[in-house]
Design a protein around this ligand. Structure first.
Ligand SMILES: *Cc1c(COP(=O)(O)O)cnc(C)c1O
Length: 437
């Protein structure tokens, strides 16, 4: 953790950190929502919906104009022809997740992609039938894995292992995943874990988990909804089997933006991997001769089913360009500093009121801090009251019942001053109780 003890916890201290931040100008590339009083909100919800890059409108308008002027001919004659449009996003996306270009494609939405990938990589057979997920996995992932198990004619109650649920853990040690795999691996077919957990903000050691799973002959998939665009990833080198992520959180593609998938080349180059097919995954040279037989494109593109939403791809492309110009390493460096600074400010004054459940070590967290609001002495201020107060003073963050506030200081557009202002507001949120008691 970075040390801020030589930085005075004042507005001037925060301004000094902003002045010294080499990435401070990036904020200007985004639209920051404003309060009714015209002040920038403190936007700590980039883990839920990233802000709009200023370049997005033009990128989308280009597609709209081409459509207006060319109609169907835009597929081949648009400024950036729609037919291969998704290919423009491949290298930027591949480098963000540490993949070979052939291992990545943008298609559909996240939960849909998880299902399509499980259709290929969850193959319960013999004793090996179970799926292992983490406690506090995103609800959609739980629904998805349970329904996959049931769809194979198996009982989800018997075949889903939710690690950490019994103990109600906030954070899961990699060693507990390793022991589960070592002890029960012969019954486990698939491990599906959020690379960064949406609830706690915990960053898992994906290399280590993959290794342990493969040692137990278990397929490994990661849901990277909270990891893509947040932390550096090396999916290819880590030997991950598959992954999927959405693009509207840290990747700023806008609501419902198209999702990404990763299929390791060891599977992507194997035409015999079973899959649910559609014409967009078919060999490009013969796709429009409409042959009877499906012949998949080599690599992740062979998992495509439908032609993609080009307007949304344009929005995503404008955001990927920002990432490409900065680089994930520089973003990560600022991200750690920013979240450490926010943690420092909160812990300086509020340790009796909130507990930060996100792991402290930089290697174990991304841009998010999850705060548990502790019950006050006379219980007059609930977590929900705190959240409502923050909202009333122009902060957008996230509340999870019963007691978790999630904050995502995003290095692209959040500042140290945001962190400072937030910490002040949080203190004020607890103040009425203290004055009334
Ligand atoms: C946000 C999120 C989703 C959302 O799924 P969609 O299919 O994009 O609606 C799923 N899983 C995780 C882990 C998420 O964080």
């Amino acid at each position: 953790m970075a040390s801020f003890s030589n930085i005075d916890a004042t507005a001037e201290g925060a301004m000094g950190l902003d002045a010294a931040d080499p990435l401070r100008a990036l904020r200007e590339l985004f639209h920051i929502p404003v309060t009714s009083a015209g002040q920038d909100v403190i936007y700590f919800t980039g883990n839920s919906l990233g802000l709009q890059p200023r370049s997005t409108r033009n990128a989308v308008n280009e597609v709209l104009d081409d459509w207006k002027e060319l109609g169907v001919d835009g597929h081949l004659k648009a400024k950036n022809p729609w037919l291969p449009y998704h290919e423009r996003l491949t290298s930027g996306m591949a480098s963000l997740v540490g993949a070979l270009p052939e291992e990545v494609v943008i298609m559909n939405s996240l939960t849909v992609n998880l299902h399509l990938l499980m259709a290929s990589f969850y193959k319960p057979g013999g004793l090996k039938r179970k799926i292992l997920i983490e406690h506090h996995a995103f609800p959609s992932d739980r629904y998805a894995v349970r329904s996959q198990i049931a769809w194979h004619g198996l009982d989800p109650a018997e075949n889903l292992i939710v690690l950490g649920e019994e103990e109600n853990l906030d954070v899961l040690d990699e060693s507990s995943i390793e022991s589960e795999l070592a002890e029960n691996g012969e019954e486990i077919a698939l491990l599906l874990i959020g690379g960064v957990n949406y609830y706690s903000g915990q960053l898992f050691d994906m290399r280590r988990i993959t290794q342990a799973a493969h040692d137990a002959r278990v397929m490994v998939g990661f849901d990277l909804a909270h990891a893509a665009g947040n932390v550096p990833l090396a999916l290819h080198d880590w030997d991950v089997d598959f992954a999927a992520w959405c693009s509207y959180k840290y990747l700023n593609a806008g609501p419902g933006g198209p999702a990404g998938i990763f299929v390791h080349e060891s599977h992507g180059n194997d035409p015999d991997v079973p899959r649910l097919a559609g014409w967009w995954g078919h060999d490009k040279t013969s796709r429009f001769t409409m042959p009877d037989e499906f012949n998949p494109i080599t690599g992740a593109e062979g998992w495509q089913m439908s032609n993609p939403p080009v307007l949304s791809l344009a929005a995503l492309k404008s955001s990927l360009d920002v990432f490409e110009s900065v680089g994930m390493d520089a973003l990560r460096e600022k991200s750690i500093k920013l979240s450490d600074y926010l943690r420092y400010l909160i812990e300086k004054t509020l340790t009796d009121r909130v507990e930060i459940i996100t792991p402290r070590l930089a290697s174990r967290h991304g841009a998010q801090l999850s705060l548990r609001v502790l019950p006050g002495e006379n219980n007059t201020i609930s977590g929900r009251t705190v959240f409502d107060y923050l909202e009333s003073v122009g902060t957008i963050c996230d509340w999870r019942e019963p007691d978790i506030l999630r904050l995502a200081p995003v290095p692209l557009y959040n500042s140290f001053t945001d962190a400072f202002r937030f910490a002040r507001q949080l203190e004020e949120a607890f103040r009425p109780e203290e004055t009334s008691s």
